[in-house]
Structures are given as C-alpha cells and as structure tokens.
Ligand binder design. Structure first.
Ligand code: ATP
Ligand code: MG
Length: 439
C-alpha cells in the first residue's frame, strides 16, 4: 500500500473525551471513528487489525474442533420468549419492530438462535459432541459505553456453543475451550489469566473469565502469581485426549475477580510472596450452563438407551473488538502503539525521506516490491512531508519495522532499519536489511 493513496487520518492530538490510552491512540492513529455513543466505524487501519485478531481466534477455534457458522444480527423475540430471557434481559437489549409489527431484537448473544438450529438437525447422541462458533457483531445497550471499543454498544464477539450428552462430556468440551483461549491470547502477545467467575444459577466450577493485566482495566483481580508465568499449552496438544490435568494445573490456583474474591481463602491458599493483586481487562468468558436452554427449548437427543434427553450446553465468548484496545493497553509507549507482529496492520513501513528524487525513489520502490514478495505487507510512505512528521506518524500507528531510505544512505549503498518495539537501529545494504526483516 502506498500511503499517498491510502486513508489513514492520523491526528496530532486525541480528543479530550478519550480517557484511556488505547482509546486515545486508536483515535490518533485513525483506526476508528465514533458515529454514536458506543458505536464506531472501523477505518482501514483499525479494520486490518480487527481482521487479524479475528483470524487468530478462528484458527484456534478450528484447531480445537469448533465449526464456524454465521448467525444473523437480528433475532426473533419469540425465540427469546421460549427460553424465558426476553423479559429478563432488561434494558441492554435493543428491541426492534419490523413492518409487520413483529418483535425483533439485535442479538446481544446467540444461545437461543444456536439452540434452535441444533434442535432442528441433531437428534442422536451419536452426532455429539458439537461445538459451533460465530464471529459476529453484537449489540448491548450498555448503560455507560466508554473507553472506546473497550465497552461499546455495538461490538464484535466470537461466541462458541457446545452441545454434549451429559455433564462429563460437557466438561471435556469446556476444557478444550479453556486451553484454546490461552493459545489465542498467547498468539496475540498477551498474558491472560483464567479467573473463577460467577457460574450463575446452576452453580458448579465451570465458569472462567480470561483477564489481561492492565492498570486501566475495569476489574480487580486477585491471583496466584504462577498463573501469569505458566503461559499457554501451545497448539500441539492432543485435543481429543484427556485435557483435565492441563486445565487443573491452572484452575486449582487461586484466581478471582472482585465479586468472587474471598480474602481469607486467598491468604490461606497463596503464599505471601505469590499473592498478586492487579487490575485487568476481561477479554473472554467461558461457562457451562447444562440444560438451561435445551430444557425449555426442547433441544433433545436420543441417548444410548433410546431415551430422549436435553443436551448439556456451554458458551464461550471472546471480545474480538475489545481485544484491539486491550492489546494497545498492553503494548504502547509515549510515541504510540507497538503492534505485536501477529496483528500488525502492516509488517513494515518503507519510509522514503525524499520522494521525487529519482535514485531514492528507485531504492524505496525496490524495497517495497521485495517486501511485498516476502509477504511482509509493506506500507510505502511516499508522502511529501518532513522526515520528523513521517517518523512520528509511523511510530504512532505502531508498524513493527521501519526501513528508511534517504539520499545520504542511497549514495553510500545502505538503508536504515528500525525495530519499533526496541528502537534498535541498523544501517545495512538493502539485501541484508531485507534478510533481517524477513526473520
Ligand atoms: P462485562 O462484564 O465486561 O460487561 P460480560 O460478562 O457482559 O462482560 P460476556 O457476555 O461474557 O461479557 O461476553 C463475552 C466477551 O465479550 C467479554 O468477555 C468481553 O470481552 C466482550 N464484551 C462484553 N461486553 C462488551 C462490550 N460492551 N464492548 C466490547 N466487548 C464486550
Ligand atoms: Mg456485560
């Protein structure tokens, strides 16, 4: 992409109402534009990052055996009347009427829709387990939308739904999601800890929120420090094997957010030097809810004994659009965003310091072409602007590498490369520079 033809409306200063650094930087980098309270347009740079996060989530869901579907944003109120949630859900639900006076709603989540689909087709325990997921916009009419896309009203969520014959099988599905989530966050360059969450009316221990640590987070967490260091299991585990030991190794360590926290237990279970209290951002939530939807909505399958039984369900959410902001909270400096390579909108910026000078243009074009061929998604800064302004905007938008081409270097047969995260610079012939960036 040539910056002179792109649409990257960067701002020198953040609007005064942006309170947290991720919101300020997303506005300044020209990633999003607020259209109404908690409702955003995604501009080209923001959209690229959103799509990359979405793709990481998709790959890890697929790896763990979940199957992608795309559900509608608008849902029939009648389905929610079947589950009993239409009235319970309250003011966060955006209710709509169509021209036939039918009640619709903009989906805040999709348990009812997915249960309706499941019950239409799946009739036997032999077709279980199944896990269907969806990456789709949701709407919740939050009382206080704030912090940009961190708490929007319209937001992108990955929601997965598992269907199993009994609780033991549902626990296996839960374990797969538990570990897949850790892999997602690790690939995004984040340290996420699973904390015990309120399981709701059915009780039990199968409910976890995934929290990334950041001072601006809305939740307070209390956890065993080892959880932060333990990391993700990695992709090569046996997804059909017994995952319980790997989950337990983590789930047995104390971790709770404010509403579930028990100070006495925290002190009894965690040695003083391991007690961690921090603020964090909830970027995922998984839970098992048993027959909560299958019973009222009659999602039954025939078991091995020939009897029809309601399936045992779980649901698993990742805040995809919230993660864009979460990654920025975890990875930035005074100059701007520092994207992890996995989600960077462009892999490298080729900064031409003297556009219009034939020899400089030639080297910049050559570098741009070579990096494109290497699959590095280069952005060519061919704007007619001061070097200082160019560096400031490229630093701001957080591209992991810069390859700087100027008249002096070209005369000497070298270019400069800079790693955004460390500020480390090297002056090298173009071929060698390309090798370093290619990794
Ligand atoms: P919260 O407590 O933050 O309101 P929640 O418990 O309502 O979250 P879930 O229903 O579990 O959230 O949704 C799954 C994920 O979707 C959350 O973990 C979060 O990352 C994301 N999410 C929820 N609400 C919003 C929102 N208003 N804006 C952006 N992301 C959201
Ligand atoms: Mg909520």
């Amino acid at each position: 992409m040539r910056l002179s033809r792109y649409f990257m409306p960067t701002l020198r200063e953040a609007p005064a109402d942006a309170q947290i650094v991720s919101h300020q930087l997303m506005l300044r980098a020209g990633m999003i534009r607020q259209e109404a309270a908690g409702i955003y347009a995604w501009l080209p740079l923001g959209l690229k990052v959103l799509k990359k996060i979405e793709q990481v989530v998709r790959e890890e869901m697929d790896r763990a055996g979940a199957i992608e579907v795309l559900l509608p944003t608008l849902q029939l109120a009648d389905l929610w009347r079947e589950s009993g949630r239409y009235d319970d859900y309250g003011d966060e639900m955006l209710r709509i009427k169509d021209r036939h006076d039918r009640d619709l709603l903009y989906g805040p989540t999709a348990e009812e829709v997915i249960t309706e689909i499941f019950r239409a087709y799946v009739k036997s325990y032999k077709d279980l387990p199944k896990n269907l997921y969806n990456i789709q916009w949701k709407f919740r009419d939050e009382r206080r939308p704030r912090f940009g896309v961190m708490r929007g009203r319209e937001f992108l969520m990955k929601d997965a739904y598992s269907f199993d014959i009994d609780e033991a099988a549902a626990r296996r599905s839960y374990n797969r999601m538990f570990l897949a989530y850790l892999n997602v966050y690790a690939r995004l360059g984040l340290k996420a800890i699973p904390v015990k969450a309120d399981p709701g009316p059915i009780g039990g221990d199968l409910s976890h929120e995934f929290i990334i640590l950041a001072d601006t987070g809305e939740s307070e967490v209390f956890a065993h420090g080892d959880l932060v260091e333990m990391g993700a299991p990695g992709p090569d585990i046996d997804w059909d094997g017994d995952l319980e030991p790997m989950v337990n190794q983590r789930a047995r360590l104390y971790a709770a957010s404010d509403e579930m926290h028990d100070q006495a237990r925290f002190e009894a279970e965690v040695p003083a030097d391991k007690r961690m209290t921090a603020r964090g951002i909830e970027v995922g939530h998984i839970f098992y809810f048993g027959e909560k939807y299958s019973k009222p909505m009659k999602a039954l399958v025939t078991g091995p004994d020939g009897k029809d039984v309601p399936i045992h369900g779980g649901s698993y959410g990742v805040g995809v659009s919230r993660l864009v902001a979460g990654i920025i909270e975890a990875s930035h400096d005074e100059a701007g965003i520092i994207w992890p390579d996995a989600v960077a909108p462009f892999g490298v910026a080729v900064v031409n310091l003297r556009p219009g000078t034939a020899e400089v243009d030639a080297v910049a074009e050559q570098a741009y072409k070579a990096l494109g061929d290497l699959g590095k998604e280069p952005l060519l800064d061919d704007r007619d602007d001061r070097p200082g302004a160019k560096f400031a905007s490229i630093d701001l938008v957080g591209i992991p590498w810069q390859l700087i081409v100027g008249p002096k270097g070209v005369a000497e047969g070298v270019v400069e490369i800079k790693r955004r995260a460390t500020g480390e610079r090297q002056t090298l012939p173009l071929d060698a520079a390309l090798k370093v960036i290619a990794g």
